[in-house]
Design a binder for this molecule. Sequence first.
Ligand SMILES: Nc1ncnc2c1ncn2[C@@H]1O[C@H](COP(=O)(O)OP(=O)(O)OP(=O)(O)O)[C@@H](O)[C@H]1O
Length: 989
Amino acid sequence: MAVEAKGNNSTARKTATKTAEKKAPTSKKTTAAKSSAGRKSQTGTRKAAASNRGRKPAAKKDTMLRDEILLWVVLAASIIILISNFGFGGFAGDAISDFCFGLFGFVAYLLPFVLFFTVAFALSNKGNRIAWLKTGAVFLLLISCSAIFELIVNKFDGTRKIMDFYNMSSQYKTGGGLIGGLLCKAFCPALGLVGAYVILVVLALISVVLITERSLFAKMHTSTTKVYDSAKKDAARRKEKAAIRREEAELKRQKRLEEDRIRLEQEKANFEKFQELRLDKKVTGVILDTSIKDGGRKKEDLHEVGAPSSGAKIEEFPVQEGGPSIPDIFGIYKAEEIMKKKGTKKVRDFQTKASSVKVPDELRGELDWQEETDSSMDLAAIASEIKIEGLGGSAEDSAYSAPQPDEQPPLFEEPAFKEPAYKEPVFKDPVSEEGIFAEPLSEGPAGGGKAARTDAAETGAVSEMKNPRREKANPKSSRAEQEAELASVEAEILESEQEVKPEYVFPPIDLLKKPRRTKGSNIERELRETAVKLQQTLHNFGVNVTVSNVSCGPAVTRYELTPEQGVKVSRIVNLADDIKLNLAAADIRIEAPIPGKAAVGIEVPNHENTAVPLRELLDTDEFKNFPSSLAFAVGKDIGGKVVVTDIAKMPHLLIAGATGSGKSVCINTIIMSILYKADPEDVKLIMIDPKVVELSVYNGIPHLFIPVVTDPKKAAGALNWGVAEMTERYQKFAEYNVRDLKGYNAKIEAIKDIEDENKPKKLPQIVIIVDELADLMMVAPGEVEDSICRLAQLARAAGIHLIIATQRPSVNVITGLIKANMPSRIAFSVSSGVDSRTIIDMNGAEKLLGKGDMLFYPQGYQKPARVQGAFVSDSEVGAVVEFLTQKNDITAYSREIEEQISKVQQAADQTGGSSEVDAYFAEAGKFIIEKDKASIGMLQRVFKIGFNRAARIMDQLSDAGVVGPEEGTKPRKVLMSQEEFEQYIEEYV
Ligand SMILES: Nc1ncnc2c1ncn2[C@@H]1O[C@H](COP(=O)(O)OP(=O)(O)OP(=O)(O)O)[C@@H](O)[C@H]1O
């Protein structure tokens, strides 16, 4: 300020002198004319000087007034330009604004400010050379900025004419205008694009230096020194922290070692105790494999059992009353489970530790296998054995997958390793026990070697504890023994159930890939050009429209056209093919009109289709702050806005689309959204994947109630379980006088402080996900449809939600009933309008581009919205699942549900029969032949079944040739004799 004031004074002084100098000759003349000729010139000069002194204040005042008026005029002009730039200036204002934009381009927005302040500055520093220099620098800056904008927005196009720059900028209020364009035209051909950028940026920097009178390099020097100092301090701080961390790690390591030592000692003690007990109580029938060494004592035992001596057969392991043997074996079994989960390194650790356990000499015989074979092989065999049992497959089946220490596959890739956790509970349950253990037991290990066999025998024996069939087979194990063993196992399971569940560790967002930055190409210009082309094309066909808005989404861009008065919307729709041709677009979709807008939307695919990575959506505030645990990050809509929705409000979702259109990826994004948002205590999942390969990767996550169901028959059972659970929940709601899950959980929350073992627990929301309904509908159409409909009608309030995907949107898969009960739909690309109508009751999905391009039509939307679905790759899913399985301990699958589902499955197997004929088929056939009369009503009455089932039996009998086809109102003919029918049953049923 002081400098400026000084400048002002000196300028004023100089101005005054100059004015005096200029005016001196004139006054001299005047004075000379007036005075007598004889007077001397000196006298004249003196007088002139005297008169000048008198006029000086007056002249100064004149100049000031002139300057002030000029300043006011410039202020008014600047304001007019400013308001005109924003479209409030009337027609004259528009013309001025067009001119300014045409001249300077985007920079014209700054023009009014620059104009006013520069003029004000120049006037107040009149005659000051530096002031003029600064003013010039401001304009230089303005011009360089215009040219830089021109290069950024429009790149350089040598074919453009000079007036094109003016016209483009004045029309669209962007670019660099005529001046920017001229500069580009001058620099670009001569120096190339980069050279032009360099020159213009340097010019702009020079202007800044001139204006501010400050050196950029000096600043850089000071900041470099600062950065150096802070880096030095940081390094010292980091060193200190590292030292502390090292110390802590060392302490932790020592603690761990100590713990391991104690545990090993305990294990050893238990083991010894166990062996002693076995000796004391004369263990009977442990292993029937006579190939194991040290036959002496054991062989006697085998004789005691009296089982066949085939090496392949394995018999029951009798557990001693109250003895610690079961928990011990349990412990080993669990350790092996954990080993499998934690990978090869842990397996090796365990090997070392296991080998360090000392075994008493008298037990050597039983444990010979451990020493005979290579220890790593043993563990591989152990792992493979556990897997065989858990999966219920034969030893041969699983032998191939016995993981070698070096090439143990990651958990999430190997389905055989994914389900170990749910094997644990099977001890309690005779039904599932059979399913899981019976096979390996009956077949016996074939290729696993002695070690494998022994281990299978031991673990298998434990599993058999409650198996009623085995009870009969083993005359030695008394009732009391069995009860005791049952009690001990039950106690153990109860204990494990009562363990405090660890808190859910949410997967870190870093497990998902970072979104790639898209290069800032000339998208805006392209869009504008397409808009003009679109307008022009329609105009050529006599349809006048204006493009009122353009929304550019990740995959498609929507041009909103406002038709002129009197233009029929149908005319635009009819021109779809011509528009497609003129825009050279693969396909376009016309939304006429856009709901809630007086415009027609034309959706044109983008040249570059950008995927929407899931991480980008999960990182947004919309998702993070979404109130529901069942948040689903759908994708981005046509305007690039993030779409997040609540699955609970859908409340059931149908996803359909052709193969490869993105359904599985969509289901993956749903599941991943849930994993990133919800605690397994609040949300549980049941996944049904008849395709086997799509969802099995999720085995092991803590949200799963049961392992992913891949058998279509079991899937029907899972849906039935859903119905049963729903009914049970409604009963609970009625008991507590609440209307829905939220109310129920609120009530439970209120009584959480009451100490009562039997108090009800909080119920989680359940999401049942089916990837490929068509496969289920093929296996059990009636049952699946019934369950889906029942669930869809009632399950919302019970907190059970269905998500069903199918690639066959035909009416026999998505039946009218299913459709009516699934209010929210997502349609991916399909091949025909008919398919589209099956999914969303309207055309449109056949125009989608595939790869996640969807029509999102949840309950409450008036029309489907076009959304580009989020993308998550298999490797990202794998990483998250691996993280969850590792960090959230062993998954406790629900035995109860497994049991119920397998019961339903068994029942279905029994009633359904192997060849899918009804259970009453044979009886009904015999009855009809006996009565020589085939009528559905009669079957209904005799077998007390419903019309549908009776009609189905009749159809089956007709297919089998027992009765003839329908003959209108007449009864069907009976075509087979009793003998023929019996023969048929023997052969085919
Ligand atoms: N949202 C998306 N963004 C980008 N690409 C996607 C998206 N969704 C799917 N894709 C691409 O499409 C391919 C097929 O997707 P997906 O496997 O989900 O199809 P699908 O409909 O499940 O097929 P199918 O019924 O045969 O299993 C994916 O491999 C992926 O490359």
